[in-house]
Design a binder for this molecule. Structure first.
Ligand code: RVP
Length: 485
């Protein structure tokens, strides 16, 4: 038996009659959920909260919101993603008609609000007008009350007006803002033409949206965690991810079956993690809509050391993907260090890669940002680390220690550390998705599925790996897509 991982292999070039710019990065997360880029953020409490999930979906991928929090907060986090950019601003910033222009401008500056066009309400909360950019532009006295300069003859629509109807009204009447009103005239939301137009005409076409133009979002649960699953589904989640360290187990198989037979018939159910063909097949047979593969490759994971168990990731992906039908995508979870690992995972059979450490390092992660010796870092910890297991049951459940209350009795399988800050998720994924297009070009594959079926992986020797990295040079400048740590 031989276990190979990313550094043990390299991709072989193949004839291409097209340029990298002509390639497509579209792929699948699960049976019914597409991705515009094959990247998924990990269900970890230093990686994916609502901000990361929003960023991932906006960039064309998807985030899996972690489960190390109580059910109500978890459902709230999902709602935040789902309501983020459906065009309707649920709670628009509004001002009282008796406030002054000075107050409004101070608030705008304070909160760095890049937009104008604020609904203005009366003392009873009823909409009285809109303060447009034009109103502000021609106002030469900041002491004036908002009611003196606002536009009061405005068009409104009923609460519940759809995005499509709002678009028609705004085009017809040439208006930039459309407030929605409740029966009693109170503000129920606001459509802004900029957002509505981008969603309807597809100028935001990279975004990963559902049929209601809402950002897609996944969330993690533990085996038999049906109350959490129900709350997440009610909050509008697109996929439930049964997130465990040992997915080839009775609890995971039974949970997949029960979810698919009942409450989750309308959402996709992803299950894992496994690292073998039989493990993947068991979950696919139970009805899983995608299989998550990764036993021990994670950058913060110590399972292979502490328990002596795990399968090097390329071999695990290869085995799992060959064992299930092609409509059950494989998510390669963990161990991605460089962008070149992504096409290797795809050629081995993965449809997407899940990343922890690389995304923990970004602005949108919930991980604490720290400064050390003049450089920025972000705290990143394994869900099986002592710190994560102490702070939440969801994390303990991932490692089958949900009932252990006394933390001195916990057996960790992960560590806590820090990763160098990398800017925004967008800047990391720009490099990763961009590099993937070049990989596709080198491998003569126009699409991700094509690379999956025709990619050729060569075995690399230790000297081959040494040759692959920069050598016989001291790096003096950071490269945006090459780091050894
Ligand atoms: P990486 O991207 O290499 O940082 O790995 C992230 C993955 O590691 C997660 O998606 C999860 O599968 C796994 N993980 C999370 N916590 C731990 C642990 O404490 N052992 N492992």
């Amino acid at each position: 038996m031989q276990g190979l991982t990313f550094d043990d292999v390299t991709l072989v070039t193949q004839y291409a009659d097209f340029l990298p710019e002509d390639t497509l990065t579209k792929s699948k997360f699960s049976r019914n959920i597409d991705l515009n880029i094959p990247f998924v953020s990990a269900a970890m409490d230093t990686v994916t909260g609502s901000s990361m999930a929003i960023a991932m979906a906006r960039l064309g991928g998807i985030g899996v919101i972690h489960k190390n929090m109580d059910i109500a907060l978890h459902a709230e986090a999902v709602k935040k993603v789902k309501l983020h950019s459906n065009g309707l601003i649920q709670e628009p910033v509004s001002f009282l008609e008796t406030q002054t222009v000075e107050e409004l401008l101070n608030y705008k500056e304070d909160k760095h609000l890049p937009f104008s066009g604020f609904p203005i309400v009366d003392a009873a909360g009823r909409v009285a007008g809109i303060l447009t950019a034009k109103d502000l532009k021609f106002c030469n006295d900041r002491r004036l009350k908002l009611k003196d300069i606002m536009t009061s003859a405005i068009l409104t629509a009923k609460e519940g007006t759809t995005l499509e109807d709002a678009y028609k009204i705004m085009i017809d009447k040439k208006i930039g803002k459309l407030p929605l009103l409740c029966k009693n005239g109170e503000l129920a939301g606001l459509y802004s033409f900029h957002d509505v137009n981008a969603l309807i005409t597809g100028t935001s076409k990279l975004e990963n949206l559902d049929s209601k133009y809402q950002l897609r979002c996944a969330a993690a649960i533990s085996p038999y965690d049906f109350d959490r699953a129900e709350a997440l589904i009610n909050a509008g989640v697109d996929a439930i991810v049964i997130d465990t360290a040992h997915g080839h187990s009775k609890g995971v198989v039974e949970t997949v079956k029960e979810l698919k037979a009942g409450m989750a018939s309308s959402v996709d159910v992803v299950a894992g993690n496994v690292g073998t063909a039989v493990g993947a097949k068991a979950l696919a047979d139970a009805g899983a809509d995608a299989i998550k593969v990764g036993i021990g490759p994670g950058s913060i994971c110590t399972t292979r050391i502490v328990c002596g168990v795990g399968i090097p990731q390329i071999s695990a992906i290869h085995a799992a993907s060959r064992a299930v039908s092609s409509d059950v995508p494989i998510i390669a979870d963990g161990g991605i260090k460089q962008s070149g690992d992504v096409p290797k995972a795809i050629a081995a059979g993965a449809s997407s890669v899940m990343m922890g450490g690389l995304l923990a390092a970004t602005e949108e992660s919930p991980g604490e940002k720290i400064m050390m010796q003049g450089r920025r870092f972000v705290v990143y910890r394994g869900m099986g680390s002592l710190e994560a297991m102490k702070s939440g049951k969801g994390s303990r459940e991932r490692y089958s220690q949900g009932d252990v209350e006394d933390s001195s009795q916990l057996i960790p399988q992960g560590v806590e550390g820090r990763v160098p800050y990398r800017g925004t998720a967008g800047s990391v994924l720009h490099q990763f998705a961009g590099s993937l297009k070049f990989s596709l070009g080198y491998c003569g594959s126009k699409t991700v599925p094509e690379l999956q079926s025709k990619g050729i992986l060569y075995r690399v020797t230790p000297s081959g790996l040494r040759e692959a990295h920069p050598h016989d040079i001291q790096m003096v400048k950071d490269a945006p897509n090459y780091r050894t740590v």
